[in-house]
Every structure is written in structure tokens, then in C-alpha cells.
Design a binder for this molecule. Structure first.
Ligand SMILES: [Zn+2]
Ligand SMILES: [Zn+2]
Length: 387
């Protein structure tokens, strides 16, 4: 490992990250022996956990680090406050570090939380010491340095953290008539759970799960992690298409952050939601499937009769040819579409006609993806006979 592992301790974060879990596992059971927690305190804890989590995922991550959409200033203020409550440093610091993470993903010297340095390091070890890899460098975030809300939070970070983590739980505790219960659950337990759930995105989401879009970095797609991380468990998709406002790109994937951003757009509170075209996404998936099929074919070829291997190779070559042809057709259609658009103010019906043709090509790719998947399943079977 080229980075020094005995870098100086980062005392304040180290204290917070070590003291809060210890306080939670001792104070909460001790208090519970003599008192009952009110239902209100539990409800407030869950609600605040979600508000903090979404402040980080919809705000810190998708809005500020990736600019995946634009938000009304009232939404920005709410995300800034709730994200600030999660105690993960200021937006400017977090988003700038995260841009570095995407740019140098897995690099042990440059990625601030490289998963190649192990689970512990990527989960929270990177924050406990002043490693050179996480030295702040805001030169990658001039846009954020111009944002008044971001800079307000950066300059008043401590006051916001104290207000959101102490004053807010105390106020709610008074309102529901259970001050200590609310401070312990909504204040303390929520903070610890919120920390570790979101830290999983840097640790487990780079280790455990599938890689349907790319295997060029360690990022994984994982439904179970999406459940804990407000939808950010689809990290393999996110690392290849980081500007998409969705992480769970399929409509059925659990991504509350995406649902929040989308619902706010219906109210006019968010806009310009960035979406990677379906075709591009499908292309990435199919390329991965081809890569896997090729690898399997190579592995299997020594164990199977040569006639079968030959048949599979031919089928594979045919599919790949069809894929290249679809890509070419798509490229031509795109050129046609641009030319048409440049020359004339395209009529609505013409645009619709193009859309139908684009959809046709998209459908071809979808069907091909199914065929390649089937081909792979057949290859996995122990007795492969003529395909
Ligand atoms: Zn990542
Ligand atoms: Zn990201």
C-alpha cells in the first residue's frame, strides 16, 4: 500500500464516530430498563432518519455532487438542513470528495474511500485519520463555491449541526412530552443508524452484489443495500451513469430518492431531471452480457465436445453481428434525426415518426438481450447439446 496508514488522527470526526455508537449501545438500553420509550419518539426517529438520509442522497449526492437535476431554493434549503443534520461534513467538502471518488474510483492513492483499501477503510476508516487521499481540494467544485445555500452551510456548519442534532430533538421531545426518549432515539440512535446506513454505499456497495453494466470498477448493484440506503444500492449503474437522477433505473427498483425527486418535479419544485437514454443503458447491459458469454465460452470450451463449442461460437458471432448492425442503424437514424431537426422546424408528426423508429431499434436490442441471456443459461447447463 502506497498510502501511509499511520496518518495523523482526525480527532473531531474520530471522536464523533466512536463516541456516538458507544453512547447509543449503553445509554439506550440503560434508559429502557427504567422507562418506556413513547411511540412518538420511535416515529420521530424513523421520520428523521429518512429526512437525513434523503438530505444526503437527494441533496448532497444527486443534486450537489452530480447536478443530476435542479431544485427550487426552498427544496435546497430543506436538503441542506436535513443533510447537515446527518453529520457527514459540509456539502462542499462532501460533494468535492465524492467527485474525486468517481473520477479516481478504486485508486488507492487518489480515491478518498477506495474499496481496494478494504471494508473498514472505505466504510469509515478514511474519516478517522487525515489521509492524503482525502485532503480537501475544492478546485473540482467551482459551481458549489458560487452557490449561496451551499456556502452558507459551509460557513455555519457547526451551528447547523448543533441545532439539528440537539435543539430539534429537544423541541420535538417537549412537543410530544417525552424529552429524554426523543433525544435518545431521534437524536442519538438516528444519528448512528444514519451514519452506518449511508457509509454502506462506500463500503458494501463496492463489494457485494452484481455488475450488470460494467466491471471496470468495483461498484455493485444490490437490492438489499438499496433498502438501507434510500435507493443508492444500485451503485454499479450509478458509477457508469453518474449524472442520471435515478440510481435504481428500472421502474420497479427500490429508489425512494428517485421517487422524491420525481414527485417534486410534478409540483414544479425540481426540474431538468437528467436521464440517460434507454438505448444507451441497454447497450451497456448487452456489452456486459457479451463479455460474460465470451468468458463462459472460453471456460467451457475445454470441457465440451468440439461440435458443441463450434455451434456456440457461431451463435455468439451471429448475435454479435446483429448487435453491431443495430448499433449502426441507431447511429444512422440519429444522424438523420439531427439533420432533419437542423434543417426544418420539425413538425410534431415527424418527431413522432422518428420516435417510433427509435423505439423499434430499442426493441431490437431488448430482444437481443433476452436471447443472449438465454444463450448464457444454456451454456451453464451441464449437458450442452446442439443449440
Ligand atoms: Zn462509489
Ligand atoms: Zn455518486
Amino acid at each position: 500500500m502506497s498510502q501511509t496508514e499511520d496518518a495523523p488522527i482526525n480527532w473531531l470526526p474520530a471522536f464523533i464516530l466512536i463516541a456516538t455508537p458507544i453512547a447509543a449501545i449503553t445509554l439506550i438500553p440503560w434508559y429502557a430498563l427504567n422507562h418506556d420509550f413513547s411511540t412518538a419518539a420511535w416515529v420521530l426517529m424513523i421520520g428523521y432518519l429518512y429526512a437525513n438520509g434523503l438530505g444526503i442522497t437527494a441533496g448532497y449526492h444527486r443534486l450537489w455532487a452530480h447536478r443530476a437535476y435542479e431544485a427550487h431554493w426552498t427544496v435546497e434549503v430543506a436538503l441542506m438542513l436535513f443533510g447537515g443534520a446527518a453529520i457527514q461534513n459540509s456539502i462542499l467538502n462532501w460533494a468535492s470528495g465524492h467527485r474525486t471518488h468517481h473520477r479516481f474510483v478504486d485508486d488507492v492513492d487518489k480515491d478518498p474511500y477506495s474499496a481496494k483499501r478494504g471494508f473498514w477503510f472505505s466504510h469509515m476508516g478514511w474519516m478517522l485519520r487525515n489521509y492524503p487521499s482525502s485532503t480537501p481540494d475544492y478546485s473540482n467544485a467551482p459551481d458549489l463555491q458560487k452557490n449561496k445555500i451551499v456556502m452558507f452551510q459551509h460557513n455555519h456548519y457547526l451551528a447547523i449541526v448543533l441545532f439539528m442534532n440537539i435543539a430539534v430533538p429537544v423541541i420535538f421531545g417537549f412537543l410530544v412530552g417525552d424529552v429524554w426518549g426523543t433525544v435518545l432515539l431521534m437524536g442519538l440512535l438516528r444519528l448512528v443508524v444514519s451514519h452506518h446506513f449511508t457509509f454502506f454505499i462506500n463500503s458494501l456497495a463496492h463489494m457485494w452484489g452484481k455488475q450488470p453494466y460494467t466491471d471496470e470498477n468495483t461498484a455493485r448493484d444490490n437490492f438489499w443495500l438499496a433498502l438501507l440506503t434510500y435507493g443508492e444500492g444500485y451503485h454499479n449503474f450509478h458509477h457508469i451513469f453518474q449524472y442520471d437522477y435515478r440510481n435504481g433505473v428500472k421502474w420497479w427498483q427500490f429508489d425512494p430518492t428517485k421517487w422524491l425527486i420525481l414527485s417534486l418535479s410534478w409540483l414544479g419544485l425540481t426540474k431538468n431531471l437528467k436521464r440517460i437514454p434507454n438505448f444507451t443503458i441497454r447497450k451497456a447491459e448487452l456489452l456486459m452480457q457479451f463479455k460474460r458469454a465470451q468468458q463462459q465460452l472460453e471456460q467451457k470450451s475445454s470441457k465440451l465436445p468440439s461440435v458443441d463449442v463450434e455451434a456456440m461460437k457461431q451463435r455468439f458471432a451471429k448475435e454479435y453481428e446483429a448487435f453491431v448492425a443495430t448499433m449502426n442503424d441507431w447511429g444512422k437514424l440519429r444522424e438523420e434525426w439531427y439533420a432533419e431537426k437542423k434543417q426544418t422546424m420539425m413538425q410534431k408528426w415527424e418527431d413522432a415518426a422518428f420516435k417510433t423508429r427509435f423505439n423499434e431499434i430499442d426493441y431490437r436490442l431488448k430482444m437481443q438481450s433476452k436471447r443472449v441471456q438465454l444463450m448464457m443459461q444454456q451454456m451453464m447447463m451441464p449437458q450442452v447439446t446442439a443449440l
